[in-house]
Design a protein around this ligand. Structure first.
Ligand code: NAD
Length: 253
């Protein structure tokens, strides 16, 4: 049974952090949203918040690096909400280490989730976008794509996502599909909270320290990134494609 006639978005890694803020924002923009993450229970608070605000959402479970799970999740989204035509590839993990200590597992896990995950999700969803001759793909990259100590795996994945984005823009443009990347700087989430812990400090201390180097003198919030995604996913953003927009409180690159 099809529940929706509005635009349908899939947001990966949407149970918390930037993904959760993005799911909430796209729902507030009027889209039906598939809240995709590793387990259904973790998606429930976001789905409930969207429903509580009068929106429409569905919890979908998948490990984005697993082809069968991705294809099942995308089919279920299409069945319940309608054909997905907005995709936000946001799911992510960190396995930071200096190169000489980085294991093959650290490398494969990070490349698997960010890069293979974005590839599998996009390949599954583009079928619906090209059929509808309309689509918006937004890949969450990072300022780390420009290089960051201890993140050889992550920076390679995030730079790879930028090349992937530009190629999608070239291949899918004629179907009315745009592809862009957002590159957040330092954003306060569970991911950065864990980084702070690993560095032997607190998120508040890390935020205070890093804010001094950020031109707008503050850390990012998930909603700062969701706002950029909302613009790129919008009906009026059809002439912006293949771009990387850094949202980092100052210039990058
Ligand atoms: P987070 O750790 O708070 O949330 C990540 C979400 O992704 C979690 O809900 C997690 O369960 C999910 N996830 C992880 N592996 C998955 C998989 N295989 N399949 C499906 N879901 C999976 O992180 P965040 O800070 O909100 O980061 C979101 C995105 O933004 C990531 O791609 C991250 O690399 C990127 N980013 C974050 C920052 C930052 O400062 N927080 C900066 C730049 C880029």
């Amino acid at each position: 049974m099809l529940l929706s006639a509005r635009r349908v978005a899939v947001v990966t890694g949407a149970a918390r952090g930037i993904g959760a803020a993005t799911a909430l924002r796209l729902a507030a923009d009027g889209m039906a949203v598939a809240v995709l993450d590793l387990d259904e229970a973790s998606c429930k608070p976001v789905v409930d918040a969207i429903a509580g605000a009068g929106g429409q959402a569905l919890a979908v479970t998948a490990d984005v690096s697993d082809r069968a799970q991705v294809e099942a999740a995308v089919s279920r989204t299409a069945e319940v909400l309608g054909p997905p035509t907005v995709l936000v590839n946001n799911a992510g993990v960190l396995r930071d280490n200096l190169l000489f200590k980085m294991t093959e597992d650290d490398w494969d896990t990070v490349l698997g989730v960010h890069l293979r995950g974005a590839f599998l999700m996009t390949r599954a969803v583009q079928t619906y976008m090209t059929q509808q001759t309309w689509g918006r793909i937004i890949n969450v990259s990072s300022t780390s794509a420009l290089g960051n100590r201890g993140q050889a795996n992550y920076s390679a994945a995030k730079a790879g996502l930028q090349g992937f984005t530009k190629t999608l823009a070239i291949e899918l443009g004629k179907f009315g599909v745009t592809a862009n990347a957002v590159g957040p700087g330092f954003v306060v989430t569970e991911m950065t909270r864990r980084t702070a812990e690993r560095l032997g400090t607190t998120i508040d201390a890390l935020e205070q320290h890093l804010s001094q180097e950020i031109p707008v003198r503050r850390a990012g919030r998930p909603e700062d990134i969701a706002h950029v995604v909302s613009f790129l996913a919008g009906e009026d953003a059809g002439y912006v494609s293949g771009q990387v927009i850094y949202a980092a409180g100052g210039p990058q690159g």
